[in-house]
Design a protein around this ligand. Structure first.
Ligand SMILES: CC(C)(COP(=O)(O)OP(=O)(O)OC[C@H]1O[C@@H](n2cnc3c(N)ncnc32)[C@H](O)[C@@H]1OP(=O)(O)O)[C@@H](O)C(=O)NCCC(=O)NCCS
Length: 144
């Protein structure tokens, strides 16, 4: 497994090269974004920073973030191919984003965790907002 990890490259996403693979990742996880690729492409284009995990030029992981490039960054999606999970790829994608927006400059690195992913984010050093005496508020649709 150690050899496989070394063969996986993490780099900034280039939509011309990686978009079809990114859509496939959203589809593989059953996320509604994949139903409207045009809208998904716009979402990624309008994101501040997007990274892919590549294995032999195949997209096996993706993450994106939105930021004001000064104080705050919001991590939107982190996806790893179902058959490549638990190999450290999600960690590397997330760390690439967290390093891009370091806490010595930025005040907050924020995300909304999907059910079942809380443990993953805790392993990466993120904590529930209540840890800081804060409360997160959200309005959200129930059908996505
Ligand atoms: C969540 C996800 C991105 C994790 O990616 P991954 O490549 O499997 O994670 P990693 O192998 O880098 O795991 C890093 C650490 O977190 C742990 N971990 C991974 N997924 C976990 C989970 N669901 N619950 C608890 N711990 C988890 C790993 O065991 C590992 O721990 P270790 O450092 O002690 O070995 C991946 O499972 C995924 O794509 N899930 C579906 C999409 C999703 O829900 N994304 C999150 C959106 S908020």
């Amino acid at each position: 497994m150690a050899t496989m990890k070394q063969d996986v490259t993490i780099r900034e996403a280039v939509l011309a090269d990686h978009f079809l693979g990114i859509v496939e990742l959203y589809r593989a996880h059953g996320w509604t974004h994949a139903k409207d690729p045009t809208r998904l492409r716009r979402a990624i284009e309008c994101s501040s920073f997007s990274v892919v995990a590549l294995y032999d030029d195949e997209v096996i992981g993706f993450a994106r973030a939105m930021s004001d490039e000064a104080f705050a960054v919001y991590i939107a999606d982190i996806l790893v191919s179902p058959d490549r999970q638990r190999q450290g790829i999600g960690r590397r994608l997330t760390q690439e984003i967290l390093r891009h927006y370091p806490l010595d400059t930025f005040h907050h690195q924020v995300l909304v965790a999907e059910r079942g992913a809380e443990g993953f984010y805790r392993k990466l050093g993120l904590a529930p907002v209540s840890t800081f005496g804060l409360t997160a508020f959200i309005r959200s649709r129930s059908d996505v």
